[in-house]
Write a protein that binds this ligand. Structure first.
Ligand SMILES: Nc1ccn([C@@H]2O[C@H](COP(=O)(O)OP(=O)(O)OP(=O)(O)O)[C@@H](O)[C@H]2O)c(=O)n1
Length: 490
């Protein structure tokens, strides 16, 4: 019997070593490149707004601090009661009000991570106004808040008032970060934010390089792209302060009763002059010798309401090429816009978030809604707080007027606006952008990315291993057994 050369020990050893080497190669490729056991990091931002405070908790994979689109909001908590600026006369209550939400955050963040979790508090227009009015009262509110926050085991990074510019710019960063537009260098989305005491508009326009009205310019370099952002914050143009201005307009002569077109017919509530005029947005207009209170009665007339709302905008002077209102420069509107916070609350309530509806139809809807009697409105919306419910006719009218007459949106570009609350699970607002900025999580330059994604890398190594194996077998060909029984063709 002929000895089969295939069975020589040398061949067996070579084959076994070859197979082991290939298996080892593939195993290393798979394991080496697998993300390490995912560990998360956390960050907390408190948004101390004029009407209320909200806590946002963010999470991101510990290994990938520098990669975008990875920070997500995993929890939010609405602080009970009013905004911190309303505690000017009893500051300790401002601190105490935050306790429940902070305790919730303590439970959400794994205890191992507590000490390294940054905690920020940013205050917006409510505190801007209090600070203008009474800076020692605002300092006391901050002291109280600071004391309360430092009692928690997080890494407390400070509480401060954001400028209107920061509020606008960080809102814009949030929207574009969540939409993954920054890293990819895509055309950006503008941001429209409406709060209780101020409102912000921020967008990139090719016609704006920052030279005209430089105070509206914010420049960034993010992931290797330069942005020249236009942003403006209108203090007193949040919806609660505009309502004060609209009421001030109607109570100039100090009447004991007004018939307000922005409120529903049948609405009748007693309001106090001292409370209405207790804000720097209207305090200088308090009618001398006014009575203590007036009856605030509704008339439900959209067109007349829009006329009163128009009185809060000054369109008469503009020392730039073009202005929005109050002599504030605004370049040409460009691109799409995300409109959030109170824009969303109001338009969502009114079933008007669909911006493909013609502007004319939006007006008709408001006309009909405002004319509905207060009794009927209350009956139709049993679950909604009356304080909110009473104001949607006014707020809808203000939003429409601000967008079309203030910012100059037209029936052509109105549909470029999207009313949004969240993007991919995270609330639209300035908080995420603020945290990304303070934790340096958006690099100026694009990070070096690996040549291939994980799956691609593993596939290439596997294919190479198979090719090597086949080559090995082929190279052993001289040792292959010959089938001697096969008839030879001559
Ligand atoms: N379901 C809701 C919730 C809130 N609101 C109104 O929306 C405004 C609050 O908007 P928000 O973005 O929370 O503003 P603040 O942060 O409180 O105000 P600012 O940013 O101006 O400080 C308030 O007028 C509040 O009455 C509403 O109409 N409906």
């Amino acid at each position: 019997a002929q000895k089969n050369p295939w069975h020589t020990p040398v061949t067996i050893i070579i084959t076994v070593i070859g197979v082991i080497a290939i298996v080892a190669l593939v195993t290393v490729a798979v394991l080496q490149n697998k993300p390490l056991l995912q560990k998360y990091k956390y960050g907390i931002v408190l948004d101390a707004g004029s009407s209320h405070t909200a806590l946002y908790l963010y999470e991101w994979p510990a290994e990938k601090d520098n990669n975008t689109g990875r920070v997500e909001q995993i929890h939010s908590c609405k602080v009970k009661g009013k905004g911190i600026s309303s505690y000017a006369s009893e500051p300790w209550k401002a601190g105490e009000s935050l306790t429940l939400c902070m305790q919730e955050a303590e439970r959400w963040v794994p205890s191992k991570r507590h000490r390294e979790t940054p905690l920020y508090l940013g205050a917006t227009a409510g505190m801007r106004l209090l600070n203008m009015e009474n800076s020692s009262a605002s300092d006391k509110v901050f002291q109280a808040v600071e004391g309360a926050l430092q009692r928690f085991p997080f890494s407390y990074e400070g509480a401060r008032i954001l400028s209107g510019q920061e509020e606008g710019a960080f809102g814009w960063v949030t929207v574009n970060y969540l939409d993954d537009r920054l890293k990819q260098g895509l055309e950006t989305t503008g941001a429209l934010d409406l709060g209780g005491a101020s409102t912000q508009i921020s967008f990139v326009s090719d016609s704006y390089d920052g030279s005209e009205s430089p105070s509206n310019s914010v420049t960034f370099r993010l992931y290797g792209n330069d942005y020249n952002l236009y942003t403006h914050s209108f203090l007193c143009y949040g919806k609660d302060q505009v309502l004060r201005m609209v009421l001030a307009q109607q109570t100039q002569s100090g009447p004991t009763s007004i018939l307000d077109p922005c409120f529903h017919p049948g609405y009748n509530v007693t309001k106090f002059y001292s409370e209405l005029y207790d804000s720097p947005c209207v305090s200088d207009r308090k009618p001398p010798g006014a009575p203590e209170a007036f009856a605030h009665r509704g008339d439900g007339n959209f067109q007349q309401c829009q006329e009163v709302v128009r009185t809060v905008f000054n369109f008469s002077s503009c020392r730039y090429r073009q202005c929005s209102f109050n002599g504030v420069f605004q370049p040409h509107l460009q691109g799409s816009f995300g409109a959030f916070s109170a824009y969303y609350f109001v338009m969502n309530f009114l079933n008007l978030t669909d911006t493909s509806i013609p502007l004319q139809a939006v007006k008709e809807k408001l006309l009909q809604y405002c004319a509905t009697s207060w009794d009927q409105i209350v009956q139709q919306h049993p679950g909604v707080k009356e304080k909110y419910l009473a104001e949607y006719c006014f707020s809808g009218t203000y939003i429409l007027t601000l967008l079309t007459e203030g910012y100059n949106f037209t029936s052509e570009n109105y549909s470029n606006i999207k009313f949004i609350k969240k993007i991919k699970g995270s609330d639209a607002g300035w908080t995420l952008g603020y945290m990304l900025n303070l934790t340096n999580m958006i690099p100026a330059e694009a990070p070096d990315s690996p040549l291939l994604p994980h799956a691609g890398y593993v596939s290439v190594v596997t294919i190479m291993a198979v090719v090597l194996f086949v080559l090995l077998i082929l190279s052993l060909r001289p040792l292959w057994p010959r089938c001697s029984k096969q008839p030879q063709i001559v």
